[in-house]
Ligand binder design. Structure first.
Ligand code: MG
Length: 162
């Protein structure tokens, strides 16, 4: 349940050809530490990457567990990407809402994010294609650090390095 289907360094490393090979027609994207860093800055080339997906007719929906982030909202509004905030991953409700917006079958949707216990678990529960990205910046608080440590233990069990 916690095993990602694929792991990438960062979201912009995910090639459109990879998504197409895996029959992905739509993506659901996490925000914190996936599209923006802890300083809330969008990662390099993310706007270009999103625009490229749209050019290839891959649908996009943003689903963040926190409130709407102005930093990424500026980009998503410009590109007309729907945004679900407070999506309470790994519960299914937010992801179901995203699926409805995307209007695709779960097997044609990739859910992309940096956390095993929210993004990957949520995607796997929904039977979506789970893609784990490496968190852009390391956690500064103690809860975050413990969570990361737990993630590394789980990943080790699956023989994948993070
Ligand atoms: Mg995140």
């Amino acid at each position: 349940m916690l095993k990602p289907k694929a792991i990438f360094d960062k979201v912009t490393d995910i090639k459109i050809s990879f998504l197409m090979e895996n029959d992905i027609k739509a993506v659901i994207l996490d925000v914190d530490n996936t599209l923006i860093d802890l300083d809330k800055k969008p990662i390099e080339n993310v706007e270009k990457w999103l625009a490229n997906l749209q050019k290839k007719n891959i649908k996009i929906c943003i689903a963040s567990n926190s409130y709407k982030k102005q930093e990424i909202a500026n980009i998503t509004e410009k590109l007309n990407i729907p945004y679900i905030y407070f999506s309470i991953k790994p519960l299914k409700r937010g992801l179901k809402k995203a699926q409805k917006l995307l209007d695709e079958k779960v097997e044609n949707i990739a859910e992309i994010g940096d956390q095993l216990f929210t993004d990957v678990l949520g995607a796997n529960r929904m039977k979506m294609f789970s893609i784990l990205t490496i968190p852009i910046s390391s956690e500064k608080n103690i809860i975050g650090k413990i969570k990361r440590k737990l993630e590394r233990i789980v990943l080790k069990k699956y023989n994948v390095e993070k």
